[in-house]
Design a protein around this ligand. Structure first.
Ligand code: DPP
Ligand code: ZN
Length: 876
């Protein structure tokens, strides 16, 4: 199939004003009757053929204004319905289609998850329900009538407000009619029917509207919804307070299902969630799960304005709603928790997921220009880099202009399906500034590398910063143009205080932000009495790789003194990374080298610095991951050497500070009943981080300590931390711990995902056979995306030495699994396939083995469009 291109965009020839659906639900034969009111657009020639999208559809019948058309008037295929000469005036098209929800293993369109009927329509799932103009710039008012057996499906839900319900005679069936007054694109359509429990709450908006809130879950899971509901209420309040945005229907429903391709979906008034992002209690959810639920609930709720009220003109504009909404959920979490800790966590995620994407064969701009399969563009680049671009915009134009620009956007575009250009125009107007150069962030792929050098002149008392920027070549983009890069900075004097520098001549400087907008720039600060240390990219003010020539002493200084918590953390990480890269090289040469004493000392300072809260200290104690180190090395990577070097550093740190770690592992642990709040979570994070060093220390009884922590754990955070250490460090009672965990949690699917994941990510040659065996475990379910991800995705992305084994068996396992899953669920398969994206950075032997595995996938003729697209791009 030819690629779809942004430059080919044409407005639709017809619009669909209203959609009336009647859905008669049955497991393998659901009948959908859709009545579409269709109008020719001004400018469309009368008689222009109407082409509706379909995907795997079976048409039962159709009428045009009540008349059955002749065979020569239309053509119906599974993927398309064409009316050759539609009426020139508005007309009603009635379509009847027959669906088989039980046979729908793609989990797109209408399917069943544990007996519950549900839908997923983003991006192009509605066309699996009925023929439609399935594109986001066709906005319609939906009325949905559901009919189902009352016993099997007492709950009937769709978008909008409930307007009617009742029994269908004495057939044992009943119906409900939902009406959504807000015109919306088809991707926001949803319905749910099943036997579900309801957890209710209420919310009154700032203008006094009473909203009924409900979370629907499988019976027996009601008491695991409290945190999600609390998060929803806080999100609604926060969006009013911070953005002035209020909810706009009488009811807001959330449904949790166990089989779901994505994290969650923002369907108007009826969000459908992967239950992983709803269900939580201390026994089965970690602090990270609680934080994720808070963020995802907020994210989907915030879409009501940024995505639903204002939607995308076409799928190239996906970042218009996703980048902005991620930015909004990150701000929300920062306000709910520690801003610095949240920033560090977000940047870690960006660097570990988005940077490698942007540096490999799957690199694409935040707003792509072309695609074969849109499902493959729900990426870290569109989401996370998209959020960074919004954050930079705010930094560049300032808080007030940013607020004014957003207000203008909501006022001007409410009800629109719009574009990045229209979005940027609002900020350009509000700030009276030209954003043409800034818009390159949406156009150019690749992570800019910013190089910074400094020079102090004793005689003239000047400090000069020389900056340059460059984007390394990425597929389809050899040359790039300079971007506008806001660099938050400080010049730190010997006493640790920031100097008051004033604006140096001839540069753009806004407060403490340097604007780098040329390929090369020199900035000179006058009246600087002695050589300062430059703290650059504070708060990670731009998504760039910073290449700054800091001496070891300067890094140690920043790690101790920088007033910016992010850069303090960064300095610690940079010291660790320098050591890790050096140790990896030495290991590879067969040399024994020791970590630098600076690194060990800096970690000691962090450990005992009471001015840092626990969560920050825990973050500073997380060593760069094997994947981070591989990324830093960049080419000819040997994952075994990386692993060895990292273990060596971990052991050296543990050896030097064992006693402190042991004491912190005890003292930092909060007492009393579990609370998921950020402060308690930070304490647990620090205690468990300390424990991870105890595990590899030579201290007497270390392994017993970990086992005891596992056995005594009264919440999932502590239990899974200890289990991971027992399994990953192959400590005594590893198998006993796994068996104990299995027994305790076997009936809880989300907790069991962690059990599969812990084993799949264990280093050591035996893991491969274990993962193969786990694929046949009674609790393994190839139809459940969470379970597939917990075993196979986590093996491929979280176990570098075993995925990239020197004998190629890890690649083979993943390639063969991709082919198995692809038949059933292309989205899950193609996502798994992206784990090969950095294959060219491996050493020649390993990259040849990866290529063989990729070619094997590629040679499979019946590959889905999703997987075909990924494999072709990965190999190109
Ligand atoms: N459900 C996905 C999200 O919220 C796609 N919209 O990001
Ligand atoms: Zn989203």
């Amino acid at each position: 199939a030819p690629a779809i291109r942004l430059e080919d965009y044409q407005p639709p020839a017809y619009r669909i004003g209203t959609v009336d659906l009647r859905v008669e639900l049955a497991p393998s034969e659901t009948i959908v009757r859709a009545v579409l009111s269709i109008t020719r657009q001004d400018g469309t020639h009368p008689g222009t053929p109407l082409e509706l999208d379909g995907d795997d559809l079976a048409l039962v019948s159709l009428t045009i204004d009540g008349r059955v058309p002749g065979q020569d008037e239309f053509n119906a295929a599974p993927d398309r319905l064409e009316l050759f000469t539609p009426p020139a005036e508005s007309f009603e098209l009635e379509l009847v289609t027959r669906l088989d929800p039980d046979a729908n293993t793609k989990l797109m369109g209408l399917y069943r998850s544990s007996g519950t009927y549900c839908t997923q329509c983003e991006a192009e799932g509605f066309r699996r329900i009925t023929y439609f103009l399935d594109r986001p710039d066709v906005l319609s008012v939906y009325t949905t009538r559901l009919e189902a057996e009352k016993d099997a499906c007492p709950v009937l839900l769709a978008n909008g407000n409930l307007i009617e319900e009742g029994p269908l005679g004495d057939s044992g069936r009943h119906f409900a009619v939902w009406h959504d007054p807000h015109p919306k694109p088809a991707y926001l359509f949803a319905l749910v029917a099943g036997d579900l429990a309801r957890v209710p709450a209420r919310f009154s908006t700032q203008s006094g509207n009473e909203i009924a809130l409900n979370i629907y879950v499988e019976h027996g899971k009601e008491d695991r919804c409290a945190w999600a509901m609390d998060s929803l209420i806080r999100s609604m309040r926060w969006d009013e307070e911070v953005f002035g945005l209020e909810y706009d229907l009488d009811v807001f429903n959330i449904v949790a299902v166990s089989d779901f391709n994505m994290g969650a979906m923002e369907n108007k008034g009826l969000n459908i969630f992967n239950d992983k992002y709803v269900l939580a209690d201390p026994e089965t959810a970690t602090d990270q799960d609680f934080a994720n639920i808070e963020a995802v609930i907020a994210h989907e709720y915030f879409h009501n304005w940024t995505g639903n009220r204002i939607t995308c003109r076409d799928w190239f504009q996906l970042c218009l709603k996703e980048g902005l909404t991620v930015f909004r959920d990150q701000e929300f979490s920062s306000d709910m928790r520690s801003r610095a800790v949240k920033r560090i966590a977000d940047v870690r995620l960006l660097k570990s997921h988005q940077f490698p994407e942007d540096a490999g064969p799957l690199a694409h701009p935040v707003r792509p220009r072309t695609y074969h399969e849109i499902n493959n563009f729900y990426t870290a680049t569109v989401y996370e880099k998209g959020a960074e671009v919004v954050r930079m915009l705010k930094t560049l134009i300032g808080d007030d202009a940013f607020k004014a620009g957003l207000d203008l956007y909501f006022e001007r575009h409410d009800g629109d399906a719009t574009t990045i250009e229209a979005f940027l125009a609002c900020f350009s107007e509000a700030a009276s500034t030209n954003l043409d150069q800034f818009s390159r962030w949406y156009e150019q792929a690749g992570t800019p590398v910013v190089t910074a050098e400094t020079d102090y002149d004793e005689g003239s008392k000047t400090f000069t910063v020389s900056l340059s920027q460059e984007i390394p070549p990425v597929p389809g983009q050899k040359n790039s143009k300079p971007a506008v890069i806001p660099l938050r900075f400080g010049l730190i004097g010997a006493n640790g205080n920031d100097l008051d520098t004033g604006a140096p001549e001839g540069t753009r400087l806004q407060g403490d932000v340097l604007i780098l907008n040329k390929a090369h720039q020199k900035i000179t600060f006058d009246n600087i009495e002695s050589r300062p240390v430059l703290s650059l990219l504070r708060g990670f003010s731009a998504p760039v790789r910073l290449n700054q020539s800091l001496s070891q002493d300067e890094l140690v200084f920043l790690a101790a003194k920088d007033s910016d918590p992010f850069n303090r953390w960064q300095a610690v990480q940079t010291l660790l990374m320098k050591d890790l890269v050096r140790l990896t090289g030495e290991t590879r040469q067969g040399n024994r080298a020791a970590p630098s004493s600076d690194t060990i000392a800096v970690i000691g300072n962090v450990l005992t610095d009471a001015s840092l809260d626990e969560a920050l200290r825990a973050q500073a104690l997380v060593l760069p991951s094997e994947a981070d180190i591989a990324q830093e090395i960049g080419k000819n990577v040997d994952p075994d050497a990386v692993y060895e070097a990292r273990q060596q550093l971990r052991k050296a740190i543990a050896g030097a500070h064992g006693a402190e770690f042991q004491s912190i592992a005890k003292s930092a642990m909060p007492n009393g009943p579990f609370s998921p709040d950020a402060a308690s979570a930070g304490k647990r994070a620090l205690a468990n981080r300390a424990l991870s060093f105890v595990a590899v220390s030579e201290l007497a009884g270390a392994a017993e300590t970990i086992w005891e922590r596992f056995a005594a754990a009264y919440n999932m955070t502590d239990r899974i931390s200890a289990l991971t250490l027992l399994v990953h460090d192959h400590l005594a009672k590893e198998e006993e711990a796994l068996a104990t965990y299995l027994k305790r949690h076997e009936s809880n699917s989300l907790a069991m995902d962690k059990w599969f994941m812990t084993q799949a990510t264990a280093p050591g040659a035996e893991t491969l056979a274990k993962v193969r065996a786990l694929k046949t475990h009674p609790l393994y379910d190839a139809g459940n995306p969470n379970r597939v991800r917990s075993l196979l995705q986590s093996f491929a992305t979280g176990n570098p030495t075993q995925f990239a084994r020197g004998d190629g068996a890890g690649f083979e396992l993943v390639a063969e699994s991709v082919l198995e899953i692809d038949r059933r669920n292309p989205q899950v398969a193609s996502r798994l396939l992206t784990s090969f994206r950095s294959w060219r950075a491996l050493d020649p032997q390993r990259s040849a083995l990866a290529e063989t595995a990729l070619l094997r996938v590629s040679s499979f003729e019946n590959l889905s469009r999703d997987s075909r697209d990924i494999v072709d791009r990965t190999l190109q």
